[in-house]
Design a protein around this ligand. Structure first.
Ligand SMILES: Cc1ncc(COP(=O)(O)O)c(C=O)c1O
Length: 378
């Protein structure tokens, strides 16, 4: 903005920050109501969980909210960390808790990146990777993605990444499954890749959508972490566990790497209610299974219905599908908004012909499909 350029403190803004634009989130339901007066909108724009959290989480939060809110939370997150350590077969000194896995990506960047260092990610990678990289004024190595007509269109090209490794490369960010494409990295290809990455380069494997992936397609990240101390995994409670509102994510990494992350982590970075909710969400494996099963079924159904409309759907192992309209998708996005259906335009991801649609409940998906048919006929 012009007026900001003129202010004297702009002189000291980190150069990378000047290249950034604020993250564009999916539109909240209330905002659509304010803008267009639509009162019964559904949001399929941020890959949230349509079933919400386990009922046990809701009950516990209602009880806990009446308790003592004056004390700071447990900074060590003792109980949650113990459960996560057991789940991943590591010690608690390998776990970092954060208020959302985005914050963890930021911690990695703050520890390892800066002027004179580089981070690498694929062209259609998650938007927060460039954000945390440029915020540290590190160089971004943006690797061309797999071709649009390949088996994994717009997906991460690990062979290209391996060819572009450099001595100053401090961090590589890879999401599998990836957002916004839904594509994934084959486990064998990832193992071949890890062999080539030098030990001084930290590989962050972002498993935000892990649960939605068929087990046979999942990378054995636990096994690989035992062999490669420079491999770190991030997970979130915002997706399958349905508590995006509470902001809980975590990292699993070698204790030495975890120690570095703790040095820059803000104290008390998870609220008490968030910690409690995450513990209970983790315990309710039946609820997790229900959410996964709904997603698997509906992802296939929505994908097939979109293909029946003559649209191209990218292969997805996540809780969303990304759809190619073969023409600018902005008017279709607008027509959906006017019918109270919020999906995500992909212009900021260099995919202006695409929309990304989260998988909702059966009723929400039906409403999306019916609204889309109307939008395409108009
Ligand atoms: C690939 C990927 N990583 C991380 C996140 C961030 O999740 P959190 O809510 O834990 O910050 C998202 C959220 O959409 C995501 O798509």
């Amino acid at each position: 903005m012009e007026h900001k350029q003129a202010l004297p403190f702009m002189e000291f803004v980190a150069p990378g920050v000047l290249e950034l634009h604020p993250y564009e989130p999916g539109m909240p339901v209330e905002e659509l109501q304010r803008r267009l007066g639509v009162s019964d909108a559904i949001k399929l724009a941020s890959n949230e969980n349509p079933l919400g959290p386990s009922p046990k989480v809701k009950q516990a939060l209602a009880d806990a909210a009446l308790g003592n809110l004056a004390l700071y939370p447990d900074d060590g997150g003792f109980r949650l960390k113990a459960k996560l350590a057991a789940l991943h077969g590591v010690g608690t000194d390998s776990i970092t808790l954060c208020n959302g896995s985005n914050t963890l990506l930021d911690l990695v960047a703050r520890v390892f990146l800066g002027a004179g260092r580089a981070a690498m990610y694929s062209k259609y990678a998650f938007a927060v990777y460039p954000l945390v990289t440029l915020a540290q004024t590190a160089e971004a190595i943006v690797v061309p993605a797999l071709p649009a007509d390949s088996d994994m269109p717009y997906g991460d090209d690990l062979e290209a990444m391996a060819r572009m490794l450099r001595p100053d490369l401090a961090v590589i960010f890879i999401a599998s499954p990836n957002n916004p494409t839904g594509t994934w990295v084959e486990p064998a290809a990832f193992e071949r890749f890890m062999v080539q990455v030098p030990g001084h380069t930290v590989v962050v494997l972002d498993e935000a959508y892990h649960h939605f992936q068929e087990p046979a397609l999942r990378i054995d990240s636990a096994g690989l972490m035992r062999r490669y101390p420079n491999l770190m995994v991030t997970r979130t409670f915002s997706k399958v566990h349905g508590i995006a509102a509470l902001r809980v994510g975590y990292g699993v990494a070698h204790p030495a790497l975890t120690d570095l992350l703790h040095r820059v982590r803000q104290p008390f970075n998870n609220g008490s209610l968030a910690l409690l909710a995450a513990e209970l969400a983790l315990d309710d494996t039946a609820h997790v299974a229900r959410c996964v099963s709904l997603n698997t079924q509906e992802r296939a159904r929505v994908g097939a219905a979109l293909q029946d409309m003559g649209l191209r759907v990218l292969p997805s192992q996540a809780n969303f599908v990304t759809v190619d309209f073969g023409r600018p998708s902005a008017p279709i996005h607008q027509a959906l908004l006017e019918q109270g259906v919020i999906v995500r335009p992909m212009g900021s991801y260099h995919l202006p012909h695409f929309l990304r649609v989260s998988i909702g409940t059966e009723a929400e998906n039906d409403r999306f499909l019916a609204s889309l048919k109307r939008a395409l006929q108009a």
